[in-house]
Design a protein around this ligand. Structure first.
Ligand code: SAH
Length: 348
């Protein structure tokens, strides 16, 4: 089958054979890639129109008990200048975000034992009391079912937990042995069962990633049918063992965004900050390839550079208001429009 035939098959059946996946993932010619992204755009617009949802990202702690090899805030990085935001600081970010039109905030952090379940619960409650119409997304890693339930009962709506890679051997090359793919996958299933809108995802071009690994990721995503899916290029961070590894490419990231849009048509798909970091127009390109979410930073400017998952992160010194202004213009230039909306999954 030629590449156009493969793309049509993907669009119509959401299923490809190994050989077809290999051929599509290897494709580099402009005509094929632009056909793929036009199919993804069409599907995206048939479900979400021209709307782009915004999520205000609050990076509230860079302490982490885990040692993920790729991540700049991993526990072994002695050069990482650690910080924690107080409840007052976090609530001030939420308030500012609300006034700027955000109806979703994402609390993201390292796995920091300082934030006990009690603290997370009271934080979620405080946000919901202040703004009942705001959706709260947590992105705080692997917890017990009991903890996830407590946050949900306090009002948390969504949870982002990238699976990172769906292949055991690959997972073991990216993480120390105290972390396992099976636990991460169990967490995703638990979150789903509790009732969260759930997001998974992976890094494009992470060290040791093979085409077979990517195919496994895509098959997992199709089967899991996440509400959200975060993918962005891997970018090396200077204090990690992967500091000399190449970053993932823009082309592969865009191709995968389009493929994921076709595999899970109603998925909420961000054009990530990492994509905007490897290419100044990366997020615009991501939107044109089928993404429908952007996640501007609402963290206080004083801590932004300290949440250094990877090198070269953009928007380090623009205030939130400035960020959203700049991003609105970028979204408009791609032919889309930021809306003031919680941006729930269509089936939520
Ligand atoms: N502790 C939380 C949040 C992790 S940070 C958790 O475990 O889910 C959010 C995401 O950033 C990670 O899931 C990972 O996919 C991505 N990330 C980490 N280091 C990165 C790097 N060097 N380049 C690109 N993305 C990275």
């Amino acid at each position: 089958m030629n590449l156009v035939g493969i793309i049509d098959k993907l669009k119509n059946t959401r299923e490809l054979s190994d050989d077809e996946w290999e051929a599509l993932l290897a494709a580099e010619d402009e005509d094929t890639l632009s056909y793929l992204s036009s199919c993804a755009r069409e599907v995206r617009e048939s479900i979400y129109g021209k709307a782009v949802y915004i999520r205000g990202l609050i990076e509230f702690t860079n302490y982490c008990k885990n040692g993920c090899y790729y991540c700049g805030i991993n526990r072994s990085n002695k050069n990482c200048d650690r910080y924690r935001l107080t409840d007052e600081q976090i609530l001030a970010c939420v308030r500012e975000g609300y006034d700027l039109g955000f109806r979703t905030v994402v609390l993201q952090g390292g796995e920091d034992p300082y934030y006990t379940d009690e603290k997370i619960v009271s934080l979620v409650r405080a946000i919901k009391e202040m703004h009942p119409d705001i959706a709260v997304t947590l992105s705080i890693g692997e917890k017990s079912e009991e903890s996830y339930r407590a946050y949900f009962e306090a009002g948390a709506d969504r949870f982002l937990l990238r699976h990172e890679t769906a292949t055991e051997e690959h997972y073991a090359k990216l993480h120390p042995s105290d972390l396992s793919l099976s636990n991460r996958m169990n967490c995703l299933r638990t979150l789903r069962r509790i009732g969260y809108q759930v997001g998974c995802g992976f890094m494009v071009g992470s060290p040791f990633q093979t085409t077979k690994n990517i195919i496994a990721d895509l098959r997992f995503i199709k089967e899991f049918h996440p509400d959200m899916c975060g993918i962005g290029p891997f970018i090396p961070q200077k204090d990690t063992i992967f500091k000399d590894e190449p970053a993932g490419t823009v082309q592969m990231t865009l191709k995968l965004l389009s493929i994921i849009r076709l595999l899970v048509p109603d998925v909420l798909l961000p054009a990530t900050t990492a994509l905007g970091t490897v290419d100044p127009l990366g997020r615009e390109k991501g939107l044109k390839a089928g993404a429908n979410v952007v996640m501007p930073n609402l963290s206080p400017v004083v801590v932004r550079s300290k949440y250094a998952l990877y090198d070269g992160k953009i928007c380090l010194d623009s205030e939130s208001a400035e960020c959203i202004h700049c991003l609105s213009a970028r979204v408009a230039s791609a032919g889309y429009e930021i809306v003031v909306d919680r941006g729930d999954h269509k089936n939520a």
